[in-house]
Design a protein around this ligand. Structure first.
Ligand code: ADP
Ligand code: MG
Length: 235
């Protein structure tokens, strides 16, 4: 089991955003987290990525309580709209991807030969070679999404969380994203993708977690979920 969540509760100040949420994610799972706006999907990812702390309940990562967990370089996280965060940040694509190798370190930490080789490898795999020396802010939304994912993968994470990876993309790019994510999953990486795009969720994932008002309402095999009469009612 990669992630085990028990009775998780979270509040930003007033009112429970996540409430009594329990969920297990197994090694090699490809999970799509779906549900209406405001259901708490992004909040759940922030808790899983270690950015927020649970107010109630427990999160275990690789069998370890979150508070004692230290191997954060094994966890990849691609927040929503990475493009927006990069706009005013005048560094190159290669530098952005390289930052992925500095887990919690400073920007001025030295890169090893191994780091450089890993960055070369990922730049190659994501067809970013021709963009490597361009400034990140000059790229299209789709290209920036690709760079953000490359950066998250640069540490070779065992599990990776994506928040709305297709939100900035047109149809053609969405197909590319599909290929890209399936490719990462094929290497054995555990995948958790938050998306409001139900067609995308259905085609890319193996398992669906349906959230509503801070809880998991339903979870199950993707094809079964989308063909069940109950789902038809919810939609
Ligand atoms: P989803 O990703 O499913 O749309 P979110 O996790 O973004 O849901 O938001 C869940 C609820 O938490 C919403 O009501 C939202 O307004 C609230 N919320 C999200 N982020 C913050 C924040 N930083 N401060 C206060 N409230 C927030
Ligand atoms: Mg969200």
């Amino acid at each position: 089991t990669v992630i085990e969540i028990e009775k998780l509760g979270y509040s930003y100040g007033e009112g429970w955003i996540l409430n009594d949420l329990s969920l297990k994610i197994e090694q090699g799972d490809f999970v799509a987290v779906i549900g209406p706006n405001g259901a708490g999907k992004s909040t759940l990812l922030r808790l899983l990525a270690g950015i927020l702390k649970p107010a109630q309940g427990r999160i275990a990562i690789f069998g370890q309580d979150r508070e004692n967990f230290t191997a954060w370089d094994k966890i990849g996280y691609v927040p929503q709209n990475p493009a927006r965060q990069h706009r005013a940040f005048p560094i190159s694509v290669r530098e952005v991807v390289s930052l992925g190798r500095l887990s919690g370190g400073s920007m001025f930490q030295h890169y090893t030969h191994e780091d450089k080789a890993a960055v070369d490898d990922i730049i190659e795999r994501f067809s970013l070679k021709e963009l490597a020396h361009r400034k990140i802010g000059e790229l299209s939304g789709g290209q920036q999404q690709r760079v953000a994912i490359a950066r998250a993968l640069a540490t070779d994470p065992a599990v990776i969380y994506f928040d709305e990876p297709t939100s900035a993309l047109d149809a053609e790019w969405t197909d590319d994203m599909h290929e890209l994510l399936r490719g990462v999953a094929a290497q054995g990486t555990t995948m958790v993708v938050v998306t409001h795009a139900l067609d995308f969720a259905r085609s890319v994932s193996d398992r669906v977690v349906f959230m509503e008002a801070g809880r998991v309402v339903e979870t199950g095999d993707t094809e079964t979920f989308f063909t069940s009469p109950k789902t038809a009612r919810t939609r």
